[in-house]
Structures are given as structure tokens and as C-alpha cells.
Design a protein around this ligand. Sequence first.
Ligand code: NAD
Ligand code: IPM
Ligand code: MN
Length: 345
Amino acid sequence: STSYTVDVIAGDGIGPEVVPAAIACVDRLAELHGFAVDWRERDWGSEHHRRHGAMMPEDGLEQLRTGDAIFLGAVGAPDIPDHVTLWGLLIPIRRAFRQYVNLRPVKSLPGRPGPELDMLIVRENVEGEYSEIGGRYGQGTPDEAAIQEAVFTRRGIERVTRFAAERALERSGTIVSATKSNGIIHTMPFWDEVVAEVAADAGVRVDSVLIDALAARFVLAPASIDVVVASNLFGDILSDLGAAIAGSIGIAPSANLNPEREFPSLFEPVHGSAPDIAGRGVANPFAAIWSAAMMLEHLGETDAAAALERACFGALADGVATADLGGEATTAEFTQAVLGRLSDM
Ligand code: NAD
Ligand code: IPM
Ligand code: MN
């Protein structure tokens, strides 16, 4: 039978609580659908940093290169600066493996008030505002300053927009582009031009919306939004906003994709390590489990992927919910509800 090698970086905080939930679901599906997964557990993260002075081994990226996919929990601990933990693990993986698309769906949850939502946020994932250019200057002097250069390339904007346009062709035929070209930001008029060119070439309409107004539209009229294409930072913010509108940031999944499949893609919840609730067994594993469904889809296990997404939403429809969604279920209880639905199918 088909076998996949998946590198697992459970990481910090609630990462090691929600990742086993996702693994249990995938293992159950492997039995039911006749495939196998070889999980290569990596003890990388903040504890690795405390012990060895680095988030991952020096040849960490080389080790990941040979796998079919990477599954990550979360990274970030209160005792180590975030720029150290994130630039030492997650960001280098996204860049080295050219995962230039960060795909983040938003769907409404069963049993919750509000409009029917079905959005797809396509976030640029390797350039833009998250550039390495800049730094801190004159530390400890009255002239202290910090400078960040945002780097947008034609190639970078084109490829992420093309990905969004291809999704839109199968959906509403329109992409919403998050922009800020009315300000004095040099990069955004360029973003608008390239987005418009790619969209015209692909045969989709562009609804170019200023980011501030788009944030309001997310809240006031989210059902009017289908596929969103956004820069790295705008997409980051919109994806937590979208998750919150649907109900909780504990539900939002993501796929960091290398669409050309030259390198493994990375799947992870949108949320972070949530140190405020870590260690209590109450974190919502929905985002991690849904991310695992996106991974199965990417690996070609389409039926298993669909079954897992159905089981996840089905468990909620049965009224099983963790505290972030107003319920009382623990991480383990919600996971059991999903596993039970998988076996029944
Ligand atoms: P966070 O997403 O960790 O938490 C924000 C709030 O949402 C908290 O109140 C938390 O309890 C709640 N929450 C998040 N996930 C939840 C879940 N699954 N179930 C229930 N509640 C959940 O964001 P933060 O507090 O801004 O960041 C904490 C740390 O995580 C920081 O170090 C940050 O850099 C890091 N971070 C990492 C990633 C990643 O690894 N991809 C993503 C975001 C933040
Ligand atoms: C995310 C996270 C990361 C990002 C941080 C932790 C660097 O917020 O994946 O949404 O901004 O990309
Ligand atoms: Mn984020």
C-alpha cells in the first residue's frame, strides 16, 4: 500500500496537545483507507533551543527535505523572544521550501449564528513585509531606530495571484485583493498592477479593497467574500480575523504550499502556542485536525481528507465543543468524537 513520510514538529505550548489529536485521526483513516504514514517525530522547538542553543539542528532543513510533508503544532514560548523562535524554525522552512502560498480556508461552523461563510484566504508566504532587510540601529542612544524594508517582487506577486485566480475559476470567478495603495506605501500600487494583470490573463475579476475597509467588510459582510489574495502581513491578520468571525481561532487550518512540489509542504493550525491555556488539556484540536485533512488532500488521499473534514464539522454539529467555542469538551473528548464519527463512516 502507499506509504507517506511525514515529519512532525509538535513544538511548544498547546502544539504537543493538538498534534497527537491530528495524528490519531490520520492513523485511523490510514487503517480505513489502506495507506500508511511513517511519522518522523522531531523534538525541535523552544526546549531544543534551551538545551542546544538552536530551534532545530544545523542540518534540520536537509532532514525535512526527504519527507512527503511536514506537520507542525506551534512555536513560541514566553521565555524566548518570538523573533528568535520563529526565525529559527518556521520562517526558514517556509522560505527554504518555497512555500509561497499559505492557504487558509474559513467556513461557518454548524450550530453557530451568523451567515454562511466559505472563504479562501491565499496569503503570500515568503516575501513582502516579512523581509530580512532592515534592522535596529543606534541602540541605547537617543537616535535609536528600527527599519523594515518590505520586498515585493513581480515573480512573487504573480505566482500567488495565479494560485488564487485558479481557485477562483472553480468558485465565484472573483478574487478580492487586499491592498493599501491609497497611502504612501510604495509597494501597493505595484501589487495592484501585477494582481490586475494576472487576473485579466487568468480570466477572473478583481475586487481591489483597501485593507482597512476590507477588515470592516470581513466583520459586516463576510458572506460577500470568496477568494482573498493578500500580502504576507495583511494575510496573517485577515486569517485570524476570518477565524474569529467563524467562531474561534482554535478552528483555522493552514497549508503552506510549494505548489510545484519541488519540496515538502507544511501543514499547521493558524493559531499559536497559546501559553495561557497550555498544559490543561482544553485546547481546541479542530484547527490541527482540519490542517491534517488539508495534508491528506495534498498527499492525494482525497477521500480520507473529505471524510476527516466531515467528521470534524460533524462532531461540532453533534454539540461536542471545546471551551473556546462555548462548550465543555476537553481536547481528548473532542478528538474521541471525531474518531467515533470516522469509524462510523
Ligand atoms: P495564540 O494563537 O497562541 O493565542 C491567542 C489566543 O487564542 C489565546 O487566548 C489562546 O488561548 C487562544 N487559542 C489559540 N489557539 C487555541 C486553541 N486551539 N484552542 C483554544 N484557544 C486557543 O496567539 P498569541 O498568544 O499571540 O501567541 C502565542 C505564541 O505563539 C507567541 O510566541 C507567538 O509568536 C506564537 N505563534 C506561533 C504561531 C505558529 O507557530 N505558527 C502562530 C501564531 C503565534
Ligand atoms: C502565522 C503566525 C506566524 C506568521 C508568526 C508566528 C511568525 O502568526 O502563521 O499566522 O506571522 O506567519
Ligand atoms: Mn498569524
